[in-house]
Design a protein around this ligand. Structure first.
Ligand code: ADE
Length: 275
């Protein structure tokens, strides 16, 4: 898959994505990641790419022309107009599902903004997708673009060394990953769950599935609604919830009883003082 990143900071993209798994996949020719320096397309002899916003206001805007020319340099060279993502807090939030969808593309362009944004006219001209990495504002689009490229690239066959690992992970089937343990068997008094040492693969698989469901319930209960659970698993979850509610009720009753007991003691003490 080919990624073209239109940016004012190409070295940031290259240093961020040239290491680890993504770097190795690029070396192996599975990925092609190119940072296109927007500044090189400035029509200005001082390589200026920003100007004041019409109507006033704080900060500077990236101008339409260098952004458009950088985009056109890519589309003309590759002979097609691939999806062009503008990374921006105004966009739809990036999720695993979106990563999977983008991973089906052969080419993608990412446009990284800086300063107070980019002239709206060039966005209307080139952008196909507005995508955010979350409800917070960063100083530029490079980090979000790198986050998205990493998540997309690892879905591509051959990028992760072990072919299975992109499947059995967090968010597959809307469940989080089960907890994992490595040597030693005991660390600071904490033991590895015995089932994992049993060598009984069926039991291990069943335990991991249960743990995935429990982890999701604990850390991301919002995901459970969309999780693919069997009827048996749903019933098991309901049973756990019932038990939890009962122990909560019991705890509340104990608390109320303790409170009453304390009040009675206090009243008795007061009575004793006045007698
Ligand atoms: N640019 C600045 N903040 C961003 C965010 N949260 N997501 C995507 N692009 C951004």
């Amino acid at each position: 898959m080919n990624f073209y990143v239109l940016t004012l900071f190409p070295e940031m993209i290259l240093s961020g994505l040239n290491t680890s798994m993504i770097g190795r996949a690029s070396e192996a020719g599975i990925l092609h990641i190119e940072a296109v320096d927007i500044r090189e397309y400035s029509a200005n002899k001082h390589y200026k790419v920003d100007d004041y916003p019409y109507g006033g206001g704080a900060g500077m805007l990236m101008q339409a022309q260098p952004v458009y020319d950088a985009w056109q340099s890519v589309t003309e060279r590759i002979g097609k107009k691939p999806r062009c993502v503008y990374v921006t807090p105004r966009g739809e939030t990036f999720r695993q599902e979106k990563a999977r969808e983008f991973a089906l593309e052969e080419d993608m362009i990412f446009l990284c903004g800086h300063y107070e944004g980019i002239d709206e006219r060039v966005l209307e001209e080139v952008v196909t997708d507005y995508v955010s990495i979350g409800d917070y504002v960063l100083t530029g689009g490079e980090l979000p673009a790198m986050v998205m490229i990493d998540a997309i690239a690892r879905m591509i066959p051959g990028v992760l060394g072990n072919g299975a690992s992109a499947q059995s992970e967090s968010f597959e089937g809307n469940l989080l990953e089960y907890p994992q343990y490595s040597r030693p068997e005991e660390w600071r008094g904490r033991k590895v769950p015995p089932v994992l040492l049993s060598g009984h693969h069926k039991n291990i698989e069943a335990w991991r599935r249960q743990q995935s469901i429990l982890m999701t319930k604990k850390y991301r209960p919002d995901l459970l609604k969309g999780a693919e659970l069997t009827e048996r698993e749903q019933n098991w979850l309901k049973e756990i919830e019932r038990t939890e509610q009962n122990s909560q009720k019991e705890a509340e009753l104990t608390e109320q009883n303790l409170q009453k007991e304390a009040e009675r003691t206090e009243q008795n003490l007061l009575k004793g003082e006045t007698e």
